[in-house]
Design a binder for this molecule. Structure first.
Ligand code: UN1
Length: 505
């Protein structure tokens, strides 16, 4: 099955990781393997790019920008529509490939491709709506308005956990806006990025465009540094850990570039006594266990009202016991492996640390012996003072804490450095409104009766504080990928000055 899948996407056993209008057949960087997290075996070997290869990519991306920015936006939209069709045709197989390389379950692999398709549909509509405002001028016979121009080459640094959808959030919006992009994917998921580039390149070539979407896989995170330091790249969009974001953000800021950061989350949910507990249970388990706890939106902290704590925790521990863990491409499996051996070590270390700090393991807590990076989803009874709960461990660990007053629970929700996603389960309108008000959740995403993960692309996605402040995908996020120009035209024969200033010669 694996050989056919790779063949289908034109991936050779040793494949180039650099695309600059075409695959650079022999990039000069080190070779490395993409490892299947379910069995530790090599899926394919990737030839990574050097700084020289990166320069080739950038030259093509800059060249491509000069051509692409001149294409009318609705015509760009038409090409993106065709990419959406190509993705629909490849949904099943690309989903399988994502499952193979990331270990996320079948349905989530397919869901990720659907997220890309949704982005294409959204962007196609958007291609006729990249409009600016006309603003009333204070000066007679003057017209004041804003227009939006393509920005340039956008750098995209993406993580392993959404190896295709997060690229689409950025690359598809950038393309609609008239930008070209250079992509540095995670080295855990190079094959997915190669397959994605092959799918879109076919559509782009059949329309006569070659340099809109490029790829530069490097040794380690070198390409991320090249992008961050590169003055030719006006916008760097980076998804990953807070540490990575701080390093990239400083570099981009030093050259006064613009960065769009989507970094760590430490997301919480509150279960109020009025909540529909069956619904809450499903919401909590999907958010905490889905994608093996490796989403930036994963539920990591749960605040349960003390009056329902025992009852809800019993249900939750039972549900955890029923989670089927195994090969992610098997129907019925709900949780696959973690991405790497290192991720398993980090999870086990966090559990040990939590125990030392007074935490009590209520469910799971162990790695699963045998091949693959499998672990048990884990629930730890904690308290808000434990330092470990301030950290994002990218694994299925849920810290549970009781609360009595909603105000306290909201304070706990906000009492971490990150600010991505949050949720409350309640049937009280008053409680829901309090959670959503200015004195409620301080996160970029705040949900009622829905878990913290699984956002639709139509809204702006991102978070506050150490999550980095960036917003991606829907709503008006396209504006980040364009250059705003404020224009004033004097249609009269006088030269009135703003603010009533006189400057008579
Ligand atoms: C991520 O984990 O980086 O809302 C993105 C969600 C997905 C995207 C997650 N649509 O969980």
């Amino acid at each position: 099955m694996i050989t056919e899948l790779l063949e289908k996407f034109g991936i050779h056993h040793t494949h180039s990781g650099v695309y600059a209008g075409d695959w650079i057949t022999k990039p000069e960087g080190m070779e490395f393997d993409s490892i299947n997290p379910s069995d530790g075996k090599c899926i394919a070997t990737i030839m990574s790019g050097t700084k020289n290869n990166y320069e080739q990519v950038m030259a093509m991306a800059e060249e491509g920008f000069k051509k692409w920015r001149g294409v009318p936006a609705p015509k760009r939209g038409e090409i993106i529509r065709q990419i959406g069709i190509a993705l629909r045709k490849n949904k099943k197989d690309l989903g399988l490939l994502i499952t193979l390389e990331t270990g996320k379950i079948l349905s989530e692999g397919q869901g990720e491709v659907q997220e890309m398709i949704d982005m294409c549909d959204f962007a196609t509509g958007l291609s006729r709506q990249l409009h600016g405002l006309t603003i009333a001028s204070e000066r007679k016979d003057h017209r004041l308005f804003e227009q939006w121009h393509p920005l340039g080459v956008v750098g995209i640094i993406s993580a392993f956990n959404f190896p295709a959808a997060v690229w689409a959030w950025n690359a598809i919006l950038a393309a609609i806006c008239g930008d070209t992009s250079v992509w540095k994917p995670s080295n855990h998921t190079p094959i997915t990025s190669i397959a994605v580039i092959n799918i879109v390149a076919l559509v782009m070539k059949s329309n006569g465009y070659e340099n809109v979407f490029s790829l530069c896989i490097s040794e380690g995170h070198l390409a991320a540094e090249w992008i961050a330091d590169d003055k030719r790249i006006p916008l760097v969009s980076a998804t990953g850990s807070c540490e990575m974001g701080k390093a990239i953000g400083v570099k981009v800021c030093q050259r006064l570039g613009r960065s769009l950061l989507e970094l760590g989350g430490n997301n919480a949910a509150i279960i109020s006594p009025s909540a529909n507990l069956d619904l809450a249970l499903r919401g909590v388990v999907f958010a905490a266990v889905g994608t093996a706890g490796q989403r930036c939106t994963t539920l990591r902290r749960l605040f349960v009202h003390d009056s329902i704590e025992n009852m809800f925790m019993e249900k939750l521990c039972n549900a955890y016991g029923n989670v089927t863990i195994g090969n992610p491409w098997e129907e019925g499996v709900l949780m696959g492996p973690l991405i790497s051996v290192d991720a398993v070590e980090k999870m086990m270390h966090a559990i040990e640390e939590a125990k030392k700090q007074g935490g009590k393991v209520l469910a799971g807590g162990n790695r699963i012996s045998g091949i693959g990076n499998f672990v048990e989803p884990t629930i730890i009874l904690a308290n808000p003072e434990m330092p470990i709960i301030q950290q994002e461990t990218f694994a299925p660990i849920l810290y549970v804490m009781p609360y009595h007053h909603l105000g306290d629970a909201i304070q706990f929700n906000n009492g971490v450095p990150q600010g991505l996603s949050s949720a409350i389960f309640t049937d009280s309108v008053g409680e829901a409104e309090q959670f959503l008000s200015y004195r409620g959740s301080d996160c970029g995403i705040a949900n009622v009766n829905i878990g913290t993960s699984g956002a639709e692309i139509g809204g702006a996605f991102g978070g506050e504080k150490e999550t980095g402040g960036g917003r991606e995908s829907g709503s008006d996020c396209w504006k980040t990928y364009m250059r705003r120009q404020t224009c004033t035209i004097n249609g009269g024969d006088q030269l009135p000055l703003a603010q009533g200033v006189h400057f008579d010669l």
